[in-house]
Design a protein around this ligand. Structure first.
Ligand SMILES: [Zn+2]
Length: 126
């Protein structure tokens, strides 16, 4: 290996340069963050959008639209993070879970309400 300071050819694996004494281990193990790793530190926008929409669905889930979009966005965010890396995996998974639970909850509520409305005798029983 060559010394990064003076260019002297040292034995492979040597820590200090035999010529100038530079610590080559320290010099060569410094990893400078490149643009790609910096980008991967950003939160995935789909994961954020999916998570927010899944929360919105809890509040106004009667339309089912934010829940369905939240489910799609979270799934997209999750697959993008799995492929390209980046932050927001927890958000994406939370968005998926919240979307599914809130959609299922509202679906059951609707089924119950319409089921009861469709059957007048059920009201008597309830
Ligand atoms: Zn040297």
């Amino acid at each position: 290996m060559y010394c990064p300071n003076c260019g002297f050819k040292n034995e492979e694996g040597s820590v200090y340069c035999a010529n100038c004494g530079t610590n080559m281990k320290v010099r060569t193990t410094i990893v400078y963050p490149n643009e790609e790793t910096v980008n991967n530190e950003k939160y995935n926008p789909w994961a954020i959008a999916g998570f927010i929409l899944s929360l919105v669905n809890i509040l106004i889930g009667a339309t089912f639209i934010p829940g369905v979009l939240g489910l799609i966005f979270s799934a997209m965010g999750n697959s993008q993070i799995a492929k390209n890396g980046g932050k927001g995996r927890g958000l994406a998974i939370a968005g998926l879970v919240i979307s599914i639970i809130s959609l299922a909850g509202y679906f059951l509520l609707f089924a119950l309400v319409f089921g009861l409305a469709a059957c007048a005798s059920c009201f008597v029983l309830v």
